[in-house]
Design a protein around this ligand. Sequence first.
Ligand code: ZN
Length: 376
Amino acid sequence: MIIQFNKGLMIGLSALLCVSCVTPPISQPQPTTQPTITPDKDEKPQTRPLPTISVPTTPSTTEPKPPVLPTAPVPEPAYPSPVKPSVRPTEPVSPPEPISPPSIPETKPKPPPSPSPALRVPASLVSLRKTTAVPGGVAWVPLGIQSAIPPKIKYKQRRVLVLHHGQQWVALVGIPLSAKVGQHSIVNKETGKRYTFKVKAKKYKAQYIKLKNKRHVNPTSKDLKRIRRERKLMRSAFASPWRISSTSPLPLTQPVRGRLSSPFGLRRYFNGQPRNPHTGLDIAVPQGTPIAAAASGKVVKTGHYFYTGKTVMIDHGQKVVTLYGHLNTIAVSAGQRVKRGQKIGTVGKTGRATGPHLHWSVSLNQTLIDPKLIMQ
Ligand SMILES: [Zn+2]
């Protein structure tokens, strides 16, 4: 009896279903792939004028701090001297103006680079601000940071999506279905500052499913081996290296239009046996319906897996990864770049599926969350 039950639990850790629950620390090679991230020193760049040259005209007379004081004359910066530029490009000859200061764009203090528009919270998702943080949901955590460069925030050792809203950065934290109710925190890796947020309880509905294929309920030991292997592959895809895309990953576009047949979070019973909850959104549409990429990105994995059948996984940047399961055909391959809306395959019923539908999973910070929360 007990063995049977344990085995059941193991099965429950299906490749798809358990990614959010079983989460050994995943090494994240962030430093190598973050061209834009620099130490977070520029919290107040807007007001800073051009580097004022602090010429040590009055060196502190009292304290002899020998090595530190700059002795060499401060080199003139590369700003144009007040000397007029010799060439005035294509201006027609005009009466000599008395002294109109030459246009010297370089001397204007450069406004601080503002965050790329791709990094703003899209208008359709601002409502997340008022959404309760629940297991399987998303926490909106304002960071009070105004830098042009996104801060490096982690939740449970995993890098978190940050977007700009108003005058500050906001962390959008994916909360695992297994999260405990209560206080949680994220940390700014550069300053060590912690931010807390509260996770409240959410009771998801139960779903009872009858499966003809008994192996989909109680896989053989050979199946289990395969499931474990596939689970690892998928986990590594969800942990794709951090990168910031030039286009916003959010909001996500629903990949097919149709009836939402099974919501995210359902507590599932297959042939009466409890299994892990449903970590995606099912959309029931006829076999062969084209599936569109939920946002632009890079295909990180394709395969034919035990539970999700023919599957495509796309990395959209900032650890936003989507998974499309039970496909009939796959139209893309790993490494390929795709645009939002591009066809990536067709709907099918491969893997553990009772009929044609798309199983769509969405991961933020390597955590599967309810896709409805961040889709258009
Ligand atoms: Zn599903």
